[in-house]
Design a protein around this ligand. Structure first.
Ligand SMILES: [Zn+2]
Length: 143
């Protein structure tokens, strides 16, 4: 997969394949405009580029997802990908509730082809949003 690897720290952003989130990436010196990131599961298309995250932003995930990423970082040549050094991981599992500002986030184990895949119910002041990895439903659309 070397041909798919980024050539420089800024190349994914220059190609426009990363969302524009101020301060979200470690090469961006601005203050982060987000205060947390969530990994839904450990498949590499969802997790390998966590190495680009600003180390000030905590990353929430299921603990074995972090262990998988840590193992990959120890088994592979770490350069731009698979670098989890200094990332602040916080762990969740089904039954937990995570409070972030005025949001409450409830992780729920969902079916997927890798252990530890999670969806979330995100409780906001305007109702709940459900993220299941398959589709997102608002509380209104569930009625
Ligand atoms: Zn997956």
């Amino acid at each position: 997969m070397l041909f798919l690897s980024p050539r420089s720290e800024k190349s994914p952003q220059e190609l426009g394949i990363l969302p524009e989130l101020e301060g979200f990436y470690r090469f961006d010196e601005k203050t982060p405009e987000v205060n947390a990131a969530f990994l839904f599961h450990g498949h590499l298309d969802h997790s390998a580029y966590i190495s680009f995250i600003n180390r000030e932003i905590p990353v929430y995930c299921w603990k074995p997802t972090k262990i998988t990423l840590q193992t990959l970082s120890e088994m592979r040549t770490v350069n731009l990908e698979f670098n989890v050094k200094d990332i602040s991981f916080k762990f969740f599992r089904t039954g937990d509730t995570i409070a972030l500002d005025d949001l409450e986030i409830e992780p729920l184990h969902v079916d997927h082809s890798v252990p530890g895949a999670y969806g979330f119910i995100i409780y906001t002041s305007n109702g709940a949003v459900v993220y299941t990895r398959i589709l997102g439903l608002t509380e209104r659309s569930l009625k």
